[in-house]
Design a protein around this ligand. Structure first.
Ligand code: ADP
Ligand code: ZN
Length: 435
């Protein structure tokens, strides 16, 4: 099923000519309404009239997070405040929060794109959606909420936290779908079991998880624990909020980017050079329909790659692979680049380990050190005879991490249920080098 069959399946050439028309319009609009863009275009020696083909987008300057911060809070808005009906802010995971605004039409577009996501996940108006993304300034909660209503589904506006209550509602209201961060899904699964609830027998059929990097192994883990199909959703406040891209049921491999509203590019994170489809690099988005807060070539710092092969579902929109990490989260350990998601890929699914881990980075003299703390299962922990197997497990992990990351890490096996649990985005790195 496709929510907006006409626009989601546009033949490539038609889609591209629509993108070009919209790119020309937005370039004109920002040039004439946002001082920052006028200056940036002038400095780059480009005029909106120079955009004659889609590839001319490369003439336009990039917009960075720093530009957004420099214009805090409203400096990049392209409409007067009287036309703005909603303000949100990014979670501030990696620095000062960024404020974003929406016109009435922007909210309508966003709602439609979220409705497209739900339909891509196989949901209809007959579904009950448990929305555990945080409501408030964070875009997750209200973004998903409006999309669910647009679809006509029944939405439970849970927001994050209050986990025991969430588990009661999951049992009593019988939602068929859940939206939250993948780390919170695991947290719910664990606390449900602790409350004696058979989490696999709930009515949940689909989970729509995003807002933070996660791995295929984490997907398996969540699918097993909650007995549902787990799908990936991507978005960021700056570009809109959740619903910029969504996996479909048929593909389950990469998320369709709603290209009638966004133009995506992948660039080399250091040189800024445009990379061909399939190569990993930094995602760059241009919003081509947003009114309040249009962004030209916004550098997301998110690392992924584009998948150009057509998808079985019939959507013509290009897909992006899982985000392996943000360049801000990349650890440089003794000169080697390490993403937390690479460590997750080694840890999750190993017998005897729980999917809860934390990374401690420190410096001994001039040497960076990485310690991976991961919880072991109750069985292993409770059984004194297992001391040997704990030692073996540790040895095994040290070797696997070394092979996979190319850098040595210490491993610390931790008692079950001792590491921090998360209600929204997980924060797994403790970097003591900065202190
Ligand atoms: P903040 O940058 O403060 O976390 P947002 O709340 O807007 O701001 O979160 C957007 C970011 O969340 C994205 O830039 C990306 O790093 C991350 N993100 C969102 N969805 C996913 C996903 N499905 N996989 C990996 N990372 C994601
Ligand atoms: Zn598809």
């Amino acid at each position: 099923m496709i929510y907006n069959e006409e626009f989601e399946t546009l033949p490539r050439e038609v889609l591209e000519s629509l993108q070009l028309k919209r790119l020309q319009q937005v370039s004109q609009r920002v040039y004439h309404t946002v001082g920052f863009y006028r200056k940036a275009f002038d400095k780059a020696g480009v005029n909106p009239d120079d955009i004659k083909s889609l590839s001319d987008i490369r003439k336009l300057p990039f917009t960075t997070k720093q530009d957004l911060r420099d214009n805090y809070p409203f400096g990049l808005f392209a409409v007067p405040m009287s036309s703005i009906v909603r303000l949100h802010a990014s979670s501030g995971t990696t620095g000062r929060a960024i404020v974003v605004g929406y016109t009435k039409r922007d909210i309508d577009t966003w709602s439609e794109l979220m409705a497209r996501c739900f339909v891509a996940a196989g949901l209809t108006k007959n579904d009950i959606i448990h929305n555990a993304y945080g409501y408030g300034l964070f875009t997750g909660g209200l973004g998903a909420h409006y999309g669910a209503e647009k679809l006509g589904a029944s939405v439970i506006p849970m927001s994050g936290g209050n986990t025991k209550r969430q588990i009661m509602i999951l049992q009593d209201f019988g939602p068929t779908a859940i939206c939250c961060t993948p780390s919170y899904a695991l947290n719910l699964a664990e606390q449900g079991v602790a409350m004696g609830v058979e989490m696999q027998s709930l009515k949940l059929r689909v989970g729509i998880f995003g807002a933070e990097p996660w791995t295929e192994k984490m997907r398996d883990e969540i699918e097993n624990k909650l007995n549902l199909t787990a799908l990936n959703i991507y978005g960021l406040s700056e570009v809109m909020g959740p619903g910029v891209a969504m996996e479909c049921m048929e593909g389950r491999c990469g998320m369709h980017i709603f290209e009638d509203h966004f133009i995506v590019e992948v660039i080399h994170p250091e040189t800024g050079e445009l990379l061909p489809y399939g190569e990993e690099g930094e995602l760059v988005f241009t919003t081509i329909t947003k009114e309040a807060f249009p962004l030209i070539r916004f550098r997301t710092r998110d690392i992924s790659r584009l998948i150009a092969e057509p998808c079985r579902c019939g959507r013509s929109h290009i897909r992006m692979d899982r985000v392996t990490g943000r360049s801000d989260d990349m650890l440089i350990i003794r000169g080697v680049n390490v993403f937390p998601s690479q460590i997750e890929a080694v840890l999750i699914g190993v017998t005897g380990l729980e999917p809860h881990y934390q990374l401690i980075v420190d410096r001994a003299g001039t040497m960076d050190t990485l310690e991976v703390q991961v919880e072991v299962s109750e069985q292993i922990f409770a059984n004194a005879d297992e001391v040997r197997s704990l030692q073996n497990l540790e040895k095994h992990l040290i070797k696997d991490l070394k092979d996979y990351l190319g850098v040595a890490a210490k491993v610390k096996l931790i008692e079950p249920k001792t590491l921090q649990r998360f209600e929204g985005k997980a924060s797994r790195i403790i970097d003591k080098r900065k202190i």
